[in-house]
Design a protein. Structure first.
Length: 254
């Protein structure tokens, strides 16, 4: 429809791309770009590392949801350096050149993953709750220093910093989502995920709130996590700035 926002999903053939496609197929005019064909939406098959090849996908787009990366947190530096970092930069540059209004960058909790080596987070991720009050957990906020836990997290920190540059230098609105654990099952499958789970429903809600957020919101970083009893990431700025109100709690699957 002519009055629908035009949303491009990079890395559209992956798990998150599929979740967003199913959630937004009627709400937005969706398109995709990926090195593999993406089902269920108009998609350009091209490598995000090739800036000239992907530029056509960005023309006429209002908002880009950037998922393009090798998604494994265990990716070695060679993969991150050759794929994830260039694809993130190319997304921002192609968006700037095409006049895109907003990029929603899929960052990761691994940008601050080393906090989980500290107490009480180290105990929580192992499911050891003795002596801990879930209402008294000191939240990890987006104002705290980054502490990436590997090459994958380093690339996400790069994406956040590059997004800030494109926002400051070119006026592009960039919202970075430090996504928690999003898995095919949409439920916790190990002790850590009782704290870190982001369900499919809450992911779609968070992205939708970012798509619809005021044009005046130029740059922000939000943690993407469900309203879990044992979560230790702060989501108050996402509540305040975009109206994120997650509905799910991993305890429902305890």
């Amino acid at each position: 429809m002519a009055d629908q926002k035009r949303v491009l999903i990079t890395g559209a053939s992956g798990l998150i791309g599929g979740v967003l496609r199913d959630a937004f197929v009627e709400q937005y005019t969706l398109s995709g770009v990926d090195i593999r064909p993406a089902s269920g939406l108009e998609s350009l098959v091209a490598d995000m590392n090739d800036l000239e090849a992907v530029r056509p996908a960005f023309e006429g787009v209002d908002t880009v949801v950037d998922l393009a990366a090798v998604p494994s947190q265990f990716s070695p530096w060679s993969v991150v350096y050759e794929n994830n970092i260039p694809s993130t930069y190319n997304t921002l540059e192609a968006s700037r050149a095409a006049g895109v209004k907003r990029v929603i960058f899929a960052s990761s909790n691994h940008a601050t993953g080393m906090y989980e080596t500290d107490h009480p987070y180290s105990a929580i991720v192992e499911g050891r709750y003795e002596g801990l009050d879930p209402l008294a957990i000191p939240y990890i906020t987006t104002e705290m220093p980054v502490r990436p836990d590997g090459p994958y997290g380093i690339a996400k920190v790069f994406g956040e910093a590059t997004g800030r540059y494109f926002s400051d230098q070119y006026g592009l609105s960039v919202l970075c989502l430090r996504i928690g654990t999003l898995n095919p099952e949409s439920l916790p499958t190990n002790p850590r995920q009782f704290a870190t789970l982001l369900t499919h429903r809450d992911l779609a809600h968070l992205v939708e709130r970012c798509v619809e957020a005021s044009d005046d919101l130029r740059f922000a970083i939000f943690y993407g996590v469900s309203n879990n009893k044992w979560r230790f990431w702060d989501i108050s700025n996402a509540r305040e700035l975009v109206g994120y109100t997650p509905r799910d709690d991993a305890e429902a699957w305890r």
